[in-house]
Design a protein around this ligand. Structure first.
Ligand SMILES: Nc1ncnc2c1ncn2[C@@H]1O[C@H](COP(=O)(O)OP(=O)(O)O)[C@@H](O)[C@H]1O
Ligand SMILES: [Mg+2]
Length: 494
């Protein structure tokens, strides 16, 4: 898996984000657990301290009653009372084996902070100054401290609480719970997190690699197929993975693109074949005429006739090549339109005048239902060619006695030009093809043309942002409609 591959990137990012999320999760979990454990310890310490205070008080009440019966003058305050000190020590000794005290240390201090008794082997010392200061004011005090237990330092959570007698401080109870238990639990939690989290990340990474591999497998196959696609085998298609996801849609889109390319290549190839084919006939005729002429010595008259015939043939060839060049330029979009304001009405009149000669020769009525001036912005020469091509067809494919009528209609943003004839008509099956290059319905009529006239007309219409359509005329013949925008669009795509 190379580092720049999409697989590597997906898996790496996935692992990074997961690591970050798990790290935050672990930290929060650990912290919350720590807070909860501390709170629990404090609650236990508080309730133990209360219990011990009550227990000592009960002892003391019984004791003081016994003493009082013997001697009425004894004073019963606990503060600085030797009887209370003795009682407190006894109480602690008795309680040492109490199951309640297994995990709790109890220490009792007098009202000056001097130690009276301790439930464990902790060196007896005066109560820490700052703690004593707080407690003297009557407040409970929590603190984490290090105490030497059996000559080893261990950390304790302590609660020091004052016991009041009336308004005076009588003595101080300190309860402490070793923090080692919490620390042990926290250590094992830390350990679990340190092992489990990276393990999760690694496992997810591995499964990620597997999943990404699985998802991107069709892409590899696609790449392999794409490598094999060349101009010669555009029939090749990608296997559609059937995953119903973006990859499937990518494969479909790619296949559609190849299909379009294939069509374009086929058309291009067909066009080349057509060109060669079309040029072959006039060239063969030329060759034949030259050969026949050169077979023997001819008279000047004969040479002249032959030369005329050859010139005619050369003109035809030049015509085809010229038309092909025009089409090629439109195809390559290298034709610059010389768009200028012009009166379409006048342009049509001109064209009709030119074609009138042909029409009269064939006994065809050519009429123009002249409208008012129609101002459009267009390339005059190209437009003239378009109109002449259509008129030429109309006259060519209409038998003598027929009629060709031209109609101009101005719309809001376009102008529509109808050229209708009463000629041979075009069968519905041929209609979709008449604008194709070299397409001629009656191929036997050599004089008819090369089938490039309508292609050129269409290219001109498209270049102006317009269109050209053909339909059957009623009751017979054909109507060609050219629709042109009054103002050409900024960029003309065709
Ligand atoms: N007005 C029309 N009436 C009947 N057929 C037509 C008409 N115009 C064009 N066609 C048909 O469309 C074909 C293509 O026209 P075109 O491209 O101008 O080629 P060409 O005129 O050189 O044959 C013609 O060969 C003809 O069969
Ligand atoms: Mg023509």
């Amino acid at each position: 898996m190379p580092f720049h591959s999409i697989r590597f990137k997906i898996v790496l990012w996935h692992m990074l984000i997961l690591s970050l999320a798990l790290f935050i999760f672990g930290t929060v979990l650990y912290h919350n657990f720590y807070l909860k454990a501390s709170d629990d310890t404090d609650d236990i310490l508080r309730s133990r301290a209360k219990g011990f205070e009550q227990s000592i008080n009960t002892y003391w009440e019984a004791e003081s009653m016994a003493i009082a019966q013997g001697n009425r003058r004894v004073h019963f305050t606990k503060e600085d009372n030797i009887n209370f000190i003795r009682l407190a020590r006894r109480w602690v000794e008795e309680k040492i084996n109490d199951p309640d005290l297994i995990n709790i240390v109890v220490r009792i201090f007098d009202a000056h902070g001097n130690p009276i008794a301790s439930s464990r082997n902790i060196p007896i010392a005066h109560l820490n100054e700052s703690i004593f200061h707080n407690v003297k004011k009557g407040a409970d005090h929590f603190e984490n401290v290090f105490l030497m237990e059996d000559e080893k330092p261990s950390s304790f959570r302590t609660l020091t609480t004052p016991v009041m007698e009336g308004r005076r401080l009588a003595y101080i109870v300190q309860v402490a719970s070793p923090l080692s238990q919490i620390h042990t639990v926290l250590r094992s939690l830390r350990l679990s997190l340190l092992v489990l989290l990276p393990l999760t990340v690694i496992l997810t990474g591995l499964s990620g690699v597997f999943l990404v591999q699985l998802t991107l497998k069709p892409v590899d196959q696609m790449i392999e197929t794409i490598h094999q696609i060349r101009a010669e085998n555009l029939k090749l298609r990608l296997k559609i993975p059937g995953t119903r996801d973006e990859i499937e849609s990518l494969a479909r889109t790619f296949n559609e693109m190849i299909a379009r390319l294939d069509e374009a290549f086929t058309t291009q190839r067909q066009f080349m074949e057509d060109i060669s084919h079309e040029l072959k006939t006039p060239l063969a005729v030329l060759k034949g005429e030259l050969e026949v002429t050169l077979k023997k010595i001819r008279s000047t008259q004969e040479y002249e006739t032959a030369m005329h015939s050859i010139l005619e043939e050369v003109d035809r060839l030049a015509g085809i090549v010229g038309n092909l060049l025009t089409l090629a330029r439109f195809d390559a979009k290298t034709t610059e339109l010389d768009a200028q304001p012009l009166d379409l009405n006048a342009l049509i009149k001109d064209a009709i005048e030119v074609m009138q000669v042909l029409a009269i020769q064939k006994d065809i009525t050519l009429q123009f239902n002249s409208a008012h001036t129609v101002d459009i912005t267009a390339d005059k020469n190209h437009l003239r060619r378009l109109i002449l091509n259509l008129l030429d067809n109309a006259i060519k494919y209409t038998p003598p006695g027929g009629k060709v009528s031209v109609d101009l209609r101005q719309q809001k943003e376009t102008v529509d030009l109808d050229i209708a004839d009463t000629g041979v008509g075009i069968l519905p099956k041929d209609l979709p093809h008449i604008f194709d290059r070299f397409y001629r319905i009656d191929k036997s009529r050599r004089s008819a043309g090369f089938g490039l006239g309508l292609s050129i007309a269409q290219s001109i219409a498209l270049a102006h942002g317009g269109k050209i359509e053909a339909r059957a005329n009623d009751p017979q013949g054909t109507v060609f409609t050219v629709s042109l925008p009054l103002k050409p669009k900024q960029v003309i795509e065709f």
